[in-house]
Write a protein that binds this ligand. Structure first.
Ligand SMILES: CC(C)(COP(=O)(O)OP(=O)(O)OC[C@H]1O[C@@H](n2cnc3c(N)ncnc32)[C@H](O)[C@@H]1OP(=O)(O)O)[C@@H](O)C(=O)NCCC(=O)NCCS
Length: 170
């Protein structure tokens, strides 16, 4: 699968992730989320083991989305764009939503933390709604993973917020 769009005068290409992307994805995950293993509910995902899409410019990765499909639900496990506000995050989400439709998932969902106001704004403007708020769960996760006490804009990191997009049957 290959798609292109123009960012200013540059061409951005989107393709499925492959093994050659693993080092870059691990570096991004470690920088963004503190580890190349991502905890989500009762799962611990190794980023290299997940399927996903890469946005690239001149053959260099500049964005990634990773997902996991289980029991007709598609979780966005990670999303990152190194050139924000150029449409990359939106396109990566669209690609995963297309996969969710093809595989007949009932919903696409993700979780973020209470400090990530950028993600909360971004997903809600793209049709996702808040499906659950798990208050004060981050404290327990600090026992198995290093998680900073303060996140975006100095907001204390405490809660997990689950967002979902219900897939309409056609
Ligand atoms: C959240 C994140 C993935 C968004 O990625 P992004 O590439 O900036 O997303 P987009 O460019 O598609 O959209 C961001 C905004 O830019 C706007 N935009 C898109 N193209 C634009 C352009 N050419 N000029 C101006 N604005 C533009 C979009 O409309 C959107 O604004 P809106 O939400 O008000 O509609 C990115 O901020 C990120 O990587 N954050 C750090 C990691 C993270 O928090 N991940 C999510 C964890 S759950």
């Amino acid at each position: 699968m290959m798609y292109t769009h123009l960012m200013n005068e540059f061409v951005i290409q989107y393709r499925e992730k492959n093994d050659n992307d693993d080092d870059w994805i691990k570096k991004v995950a470690t920088e963004q989320w503190g580890s190349d293993e991502i905890i989500s509910k009762d799962h611990l995902y190794k980023v290299e083991a997940l399927p996903g899409f890469i946005a690239e410019q001149n053959n260099k990765p500049i964005g990634v989305i990773l997902y996991a499909i289980e029991e007709k639900e598609c979780e966005i496990v990670a999303l990152y764009s190194s050139f924000e506000k150029q449409g990359i995050g939106s396109r990566l989400i669209e690609l995963v939503c297309e996969i969710a439709k093809i595989t007949k998932c009932q919903r696409v969902w993700l979780q973020t933390t209470n400090d990530n106001t950028t993600a909360l704004r971004f997903y809600q403007k793209r049709g996702f709604v808040i499906a659950a708020i798990r208050t004060n769960v981050i404290e327990a996760q600090r026992k198995v993973k290093e998680i900073p006490f303060f996140g975006n804009d100095g907001i204390p990191i405490r809660d997990e917020i689950e967002l979902e997009l219900i897939i309409k049957l056609e």
